[in-house]
Design a protein around this ligand. Structure first.
Ligand code: AP5
Ligand code: MG
Length: 219
């Protein structure tokens, strides 16, 4: 059976992938699969996978494909993703990951890939002011705080600054984006799966544009 929603989300660090994916997941009733959130959870739980990934993340390096690819394949094989589809946040980030994903989801692969297009100047400002819930990953910023102190409005857990939102790690992450992830824009474009959405502006308007883009493909 062909699954209705298999959505990918590309975009620079701080483009708003997590923010928009959480909303999409709520309104479409599909799992939000974020490799960054999975890695941070594994790190907190002290699993072997988390320990192996932690030092790469702290420095703003990509976790090696050999570590991440199997974990994503396992997650995509769970029943919610198989039955309902998913929105994939932060994966793929390299051509090897993109190829693995198309192979795993063959014969159709991802149905649509949204490229959230935001300038480097804007993402630098967003990353330095971002705060994140350690429980559910919901994002806030110093300009848009939770209702009660720094406790998450969704799950009540603590809202903190991410340890890789330092100046050095941000610079490294953005450089790796240009080198390894940006080529995926052309790659998915050539497959006829890419739709770019301008990601600087009102959150609700961006969400509406993403919904229209998805509806234009999936209906
Ligand atoms: P990950 O957690 O995916 O981090 P990232 O790629 O650096 O992306 P971000 O989460 O920083 O940005 P975002 O686009 O989600 O922005 P957000 O919605 O938070 O990955 C972390 C690390 O894990 C990687 O560096 C790597 O080490 C490893 N990793 C993960 N996946 C991997 C993979 N596939 N392969 C190898 N390694 C991997 O928004 C940012 C801020 O802006 C927030 O404060 C938000 O409130 C605000 N904001 C959002 N939208 C708006 C708007 N419209 N207007 C104003 N503010 C806004
Ligand atoms: Mg994110």
């Amino acid at each position: 059976m062909d699954k209705p929603y298999r959505i990918g989300m590309l975009g620079k660090q701080g483009a708003g992938k997590g923010t928009q994916c959480i909303r999409l997941s709520e309104v479409l009733g599909i799992p939000h699969i974020s490799t960054g959130d999975m890695l941070r959870a594994a790190l907190r739980e002290g699993t072997d996978f988390g320990k192996a990934a932690g030092e790469f993340m702290e420095r703003g390096e990509l976790v090696p494909d050999s570590i991440i690819v199997g974990v994503v394949a396992e997650r995509l094989a769970q029943s919610d993703a198989l039955n309902d589809g998913f929105v994939l946040d932060g994966f793929p980030r390299t051509l090897a990951q993109a190829q693995m994903l198309e192979d795993t989801l063959a014969p159709v692969g991802l149905k649509v890939v949204i490229n959230l297009d935001v300038s480097t100047e804007v993402v630098l400002d967003r990353l330095s002011s971002r705060r994140v819930c350690v429980g559910c990953g919901r994002t806030y910023s110093i300009h848009s705080r939770p209702n009660r102190n720094w406790s998450c409005d969704s799950c009540g857990e603590e809202v903190i600054q991410r340890s890789d939102d330092t100046k050095e790690a941000i610079a490294r992450r953005l450089a790796l984006y240009d080198e390894l992830t940006a080529p995926l824009i052309d790659w998915y474009g050539q497959l006829g799966k890419l739709i770019s959405v301008f990601g600087d502006g009102d959150f609700d308007l961006i969400h509406k544009e993403i919904r229209s883009a998805i509806d234009s493909v999936i209906g």
